[in-house]
Design a protein around this ligand. Sequence first.
Ligand SMILES: Cc1ncc(COP(=O)(O)O)c(C=O)c1O
Length: 383
Amino acid sequence: MEQNFAALRKEFPVLQRKTYLNSGSYCALAHEVRAAFNAYMEDRLLVGANWDVWVTKNESVRALVAKLLHASPDEIAVTASVSAGLNALASALRFDGPRNKVVVSDFEFPTNAQIWHAQEPRGARVVHVPRAPDGYIPPEMFEKAIDENTQLVAITHVCFRNGAKLDIPSIVRIARSKGAKVLLDCYQSVGSLDIDVKALDVDFAVGGMLKYLLGTAGIGFLYARDSCVQSLVPTNSGWFAQAEIAAMDITANRPASTARRFEAGTPPVVNCYAAEAGLKLLLRVGTPAIEKRNFALTRRCMERLEEIGWPSITPPQDQRRGATVAVPSRDSARLSAELMQRDIVTSHRDENVRASFHFYNNDDDVESFIAAMKDLRASFGPR
Ligand SMILES: Cc1ncc(COP(=O)(O)O)c(C=O)c1O
C-alpha cells in the first residue's frame, strides 16, 4: 500500500512550526502519542492503581516490539532503557573462563562500551575495533579482533556520531565461525530501517522508544533469541522477572522461562502508554516504506550538500548508512544553535551536526536545511 506521507505529516504538530531533523535524538511528538499520555492521566484520576491495564499495556508493548523485529513476544524484555537491558544481560554472562573477550567497535554509543568495561573486575577483556583510515569499519577489521576467546560481539547497527551502518551480516558470519554471540545495539536504526532479527541472525538486540519508534524516554527493549534465554540467569533481577509475579515468594529467585527474566521491577507504566501508541503508528506506516523514504531523503540531502560544497561524512552507499546525515563543522554546537534560530532542529556530536530524517520529513525540509547551511557555510564550514 502506498503511504500518504503528506497526510501523515499532519499527525506531528511540531512540523507546522519547525524543520524537525532531530529524530536520532528524540522523535517529533504525534497527536496520538500525546493522547496516550492524556489517557494515562485520565485512568490515573478515575481508577488509580489500574493494575490490569498496566499489565495489558506492558504486554502490548512487548507484542508490538516482537512484531517490529520479527521475533516472538517470549523473546522480548521490556526494559527501562538500553542500559538496563545490557546490565541484565551482562549479569547473566560469566567471564571467568577462557571465553572472556567482548568485542566492541569504535562506533559504539558509550553505554555499549562502558557496561562491558564495567565487567572487567569479573574477568571480561574488552577489545575495541578501530576505524579504517576512511572513517568506516569494514568487516575485515572485525576479523582481526574476533577469535576463539570471544564470548560476545557487542556492536551498534548505525553509529550515533556519523550515521554509518555496520555490515552486520558479514560481522555475524565472522562471529559464528569463532563460536561468539552477537548483540546488536539498534537504537539508531530501529524504526528508521526495516529490521528482522532472525534474518540478521543476531542473538541479542537492544533499543528504545524515544527516537524513531515515536514514543518517549524511559522505556526500551532487549531481544534475546529463544535458544539463549533458558541458559542465562541474570543476577540483576526483581519481582517482574520472576516466573510468577503474583506469587510474592521471598524464599527463592525463580526467573521467568521467557526473556521477561531480563526485566526487574514495576514497569514504566506511563511510558508504556506512549510507547504503545508510537509503535502502533509506526507499524501502520510500515518499516519497509519508512526505510525507502529515509534512504531517499538522506541521499537527496547528501547530494545537495555536495552541490553547496559542504559534503557530509556519512557513507554515501545506502547499505552503509541509516537515517542520519552528519556534517562536519568548525563549531558544531554553535552551528546547531544557529540552525535552531532559523527553526531548524538538529543535534551535534563531536565536530558534526546531525540531521536525522524520518518518514514525516520531506524534500522541503531538505531544502530548508540546505538553504540555511549555504548561508552559514562561511562561518561554520569545516576548517
Ligand atoms: C545507539 C545508542 N545506544 C544506546 C543509547 C542509550 O540508551 P539508554 O539511555 O536507553 O541506555 C543511545 C542513546 O542515544 C544510542 O543512540
